[in-house]
Design a protein around this ligand. Structure first.
Ligand code: APR
Length: 232
């Protein structure tokens, strides 16, 4: 089976009702990124940060995967599919995909404030535990924090992700502004022979001179169009 790797971003979940970050009215317009998505912001005001992620987490219970997520899962019949996502939601999982790498963490998980990447302290929350409060402790006695990679923090999954991209026959980039590194740099790991598609309703400024087949559509229609093009 050919290896098909997807790199998805916030636009993947836009049609499910989850805001993107950098579009007009996006999350970073409403919440200053340095307050809610940096280790310094967390140190300064942990309560605000916990509340921000509690809201994002609760939103998961009211949204559904869209057609784009579902069609990507269907690709597994014909391809060896790996989804590398910058998204912290669980919509690829719920859409039926089976091999997903979360580059920026997962909303449904919490971890230790001292050692966020120590697997002993990473815990999956049940929906009734989605509200994390000051005083809720991780296994090492530190305050529980969201299992999210904040700006300025290491991205532990990047090497695994790069290794999948370096073996891809087909790479499909969906709904990311390609602004945030190291995720955006993954494209550079695709061998010259890899067929690259980019699905986005808006123009994306990709820092690469390689040939990219652009499908200028939203995620649902765009993945449907991808399926048609792959059959040709
Ligand atoms: N379908 C597909 N793409 C869409 C849709 C849609 N319906 N609507 C908007 N988009 C596109 C936008 O045109 C834009 O290119 O989704 C992209 C969203 O870009 P960003 O908001 O920058 O999100 P992303 O690239 O995922 O951000 C990367 O930055 O803030 C951090 O950690 C956060 O993982 C995030 C990372």
């Amino acid at each position: 089976m050919k290896k098909l790797v997807v790199l998805s971003g916030a636009g993947m979940s836009a049609e499910s009702g989850i805001s993107t970050f950098r579009d007009a009215g996006g999350l970073w317009d409403k919440y200053p990124v340095e307050q809610v998505a940096t280790p310094e912001g967390y140190q300064r005001n942990p309560e605000l940060v916990l509340r921000f992620y509690n809201e994002r987490r609760k939103q998961l219970t009211s949204v559904e995967p869209n057609q784009g997520h579902r069609l990507l899962a269907r690709l597994e019949k014909d391809y060896d599919v790996t989804i590398i996502t910058q998204n912290v939601d669980n919509l690829h999982e719920r859409g039926g995909s089976s091999h997903i790498i979360h580059l920026h963490g997962e909303l449904t998980k919490v971890t230790s404030s001292y050692a966020p990447n120590d697997s002993r302290y990473i815990k999956e929350l049940k929906p009734e535990e989605y509200e994390v409060k000051i005083g809720d402790l991780a296994g090492d006695g530190s305050q529980l924090r969201p299992y999210i990679v904040w700006f300025g923090e290491a991205v532990p999954m990047i090497e695994t992700a790069a290794s999948y991209v370096s073996q891809a026959d087909i790479l499909v980039i969906i709904g990311t502004s390609m602004n945030v590194y190291p995720a955006a740099g993954l494209l550079n790991y695709a061998p010259v022979g890899t067929q690259v598609y980019l699905i986005d309703p808006n123009e994306v400024n990709v820092q690469s001179s390689r040939k990219i087949e652009v499908i200028r559509k939203g995620a649902s229609e765009g993945v449907a169009e991808l399926l048609t093009r792959l059959r040709q």
